[in-house]
Design a protein around this ligand. Structure first.
Ligand SMILES: Nc1nc2c(ncn2[C@@H]2O[C@H](COP(=O)(O)OP(=O)(O)OP(=O)(O)O)[C@@H](O)[C@H]2O)c(=O)[nH]1
Length: 302
């Protein structure tokens, strides 16, 4: 045994939409906890994933994309980002290896000056999509932005250099007792995670601006009695909220076909999460302007 002290603390990954923050969180935690989708700005919640190691714990806070507020939801998201960044030990600034450093990256980087307490690590994501030369060039450009506590190139998909990042992050954490129990991978409630899985399935492949217009609540759970030798089912009743009739049509699809496949996909994911059989009932409701409704936002946990 070495005499390395036990370290634990909080890290958050920031960066433009779609740079791979959620995928990185999932790869580090090793279980699906954050919503990932090819659409920008689908992460709305501060979902925490916890990476456990014998020598420490990384508590990962997933932030929503930093964007200009146009609605009450947008304002609350930005306020949420501010409060998260003010509170973490390390901020991981993510930039993809396969795109040039742009004004969006510089804007976010400059905002990091407002959080002097946090150590700052540059993470070059998606290295599997770039050549060696491109990676070296990007690292050099990243180096001009500020004096980083560390710079790590990695690929979450190819699972390259993830261990390097976790070593680096843990090294920057304060000495601390264990903050969460071993078995915990997230402190989100089970219903929240179920709602996220449904939301992710419902967003898959929809092309317009649905991401911010779709909210999911789990309304009821009923234990169905075991039938002979067959174990009891868990019945889950959830609602999908959209803002317009046209969006309801998109979610439901022709003759309900899309909603059916959304339900099937979500059910599989939920069964994997809960490790038991589930009956899932989905209803789609139109709630005009829900993003401006403080009461409803409160219900969603904002
Ligand atoms: N090839 C490759 N693709 C990746 C990698 N990491 C993420 N992606 C893909 O990039 C897309 C965006 O990833 P996300 O993890 O959802 O990105 P995000 O930064 O959390 O996005 P927002 O939630 O919009 O802020 C997805 O299609 C991922 O599969 C990687 O290491 N390699």
């Amino acid at each position: 045994m070495s005499d390395t002290p036990y370290r634990a603390g909080f890290v958050t990954f920031v960066g433009r939409p779609n740079v791979g923050k959620s995928t990185l969180t999932n790869a580090l935690v090793g279980e699906k906890v954050a919503i990932t989708s090819p659409k920008p700005q689908t992460t709305r919640r501060a979902i925490r994933g916890i990476m456990h190691r014998p020598d420490g714990q990384l508590i990962i806070v997933d932030t929503p994309g930093v964007h200009r507020p146009r609605t009450l939801l947008g304002e609350r998201l930005n306020a949420l980002v501010e409060s998260i960044l003010g509170d973490v030990d390390v901020i991981g600034f993510c930039v993809p290896a396969d795109e040039k450093l742009g004004p969006g990256d510089r804007f976010i980087n400059e905002r990091l000056d407002d959080f002097p307490r946090a150590k700052k690590v540059a993470v070059l994501t998606k290295t599997d999509r770039a050549s060696r030369t491109e990676i070296v060039d990007q690292l050099a450009r990243l180096g001009t932005l500020r004096e980083w506590d560390a710079v790590v190139p990695l690929s979450s998909v190819a699972e390259e250099q993830l261990d390097v990042l976790s070593d680096v992050l843990l090294d920057l954490m304060p000495e601390s007792p264990q903050l969460y129990e071993d078995a915990q991978v997230t402190d989100e409630s089970e219903d929240d995670r179920i709602a996220e899985l449904i939301r992710e399935a419902a967003l898959d492949g929809v092309r317009d601006e649905l991401p911010h217009s779709l909210a999911v609540t789990v309304d009821d759970r009923v234990e169905r009695e075991p039938d002979g030798d067959a174990p009891g089912l868990l019945e889950l009743y959830a609602s999908l909220y959209v803002e317009r009739d046209s969006q309801k049509g998109i979610v439901i699809g022709k003759g309900g076909s899309r909603l059916k496949s959304v339900g099937e996909r979500a059910r599989h994911e939920i069964e994997a999460l809960l490790d038991r059989r589930v009956y899932l009932s989905l209803r789609v409701k139109v709630l005009k302007e829900w993003q401006r409704d403080p009461k409803f936002l409160g219900r969603l946990g904002f």
